[in-house]
Ligand binder design. Sequence first.
Ligand code: GLC
Length: 432
Amino acid sequence: MYHPSFNRRQYLKLVSAAPAAASAMQTTTDEDRVRRMKWWHEARFGMFIHWGLYSVLGRHEWAMEQEGIPVAEYEKLAARFKPKPAPAREWAALAKKAGMKYMVMTSKHHEGFCHFNTATTSYCAPKQAASRDLVKEYVDAARAEGLRVGFYYSLMDWHHPDGARCREDEQARRRFVDYIHTHVRELMTNYGKIDILWYDVAWPLSPEGWESVKMNQMVRKLQPDVIINNRSRVPEDFDTPEQRIQASQGRNWEACMTMNDSWGYHNADDAWKSPKQCLRNLITCSRQGGNYLLNIGPMADGSVPPESVRILSAVGAWLDKNGQAIYDTDPCQVGRSNYMSFTRKGNTLYAHVHFWPGSVVSIGGLKSKVLSAKLLASGAPVKFHQEEFRVQFTGLPAAAPDSPITTLAIECDGEPRQDMDNVRINRPRLKA
Ligand code: GLC
């Protein structure tokens, strides 16, 4: 079973399409996955951090490729990458304040620069101007705030001499795969308990070419509790829809998203989402049993762009009061409304109103009987009136009582369910 809310039959249907391939790719059991991922489901919300030499340029983390920068020219950025002392402490404090429960930092992005100490190359933070192990700093900072620790690691590498020619040259492939596996071993060995391994872009090899199964078996031996994503071209523990929220059927999933349009620091990207939009995304993920990994792109010195601090502080202030509607929630069947969205925990339905309608909030087609209702943030009781086709919550203030979203906690007599077909078909019509 992938997620407690999906049953074994659904899962078996999923893998039976290619039984041999699926079982050959298994590096763990379904039961163990449920055990390892319990905290992750409860957590719901994590911080993604994209930080690298591209932060010096401040033009997005793909600048090296998209601007066609020669390796020899790009490498020189390492001399200018000199972060201030312990910026990861600021990130971890911000993540905590934002209500995030885990962090995932780029240990190496496509540019190939390693933030960790490695025996394989001098193109790494401790051996360049930064002069220290930035992965270690990050791990210590996350742990000090009680946050779980994840490593992003890009398989694709624009810097390594064999990173592209490994496609058709077996000796190059052998060298490159050994290089990559060594990094993964170092990351899984030198920093204590790691909670998440977040691979990225598996260009240009197949899972066989990367020897992904072997690599992940090694990872699980070194880190028996680790949770691995699907981007080493082996399904592993969870799917990673990017810049969109898409629930996977019968699979764990986490939507990763930026706060503006760039993952890495971009000094001119002003396409910031509002705190309300970020919260709506988090609610949408929670409703469907998924997680939300929201990104910051620190500047080269490690400072977090002020807009990101502002957005995350507002998100955290809301979660402080309304977090029980997000963390450790169950998938929610109720979903239809033009001014609110929903999450659920047991028999409690949380109605998150993002466009406040005034003194009456109505839900159509709710089949369950409402027993009581209150405003979640203040605890103030809310009156209601329920008929067959709608329930109305009345006597509410004309202006939204909470910002940027007001949440009602609605206690029902069973798991809250909605039937909009019933409304459309059976709501009595006027006589002809
Ligand atoms: C993509 C991009 C990358 C970013 C990642 C996050 O694969 O190449 O820059 O790190 O998505 O999901």
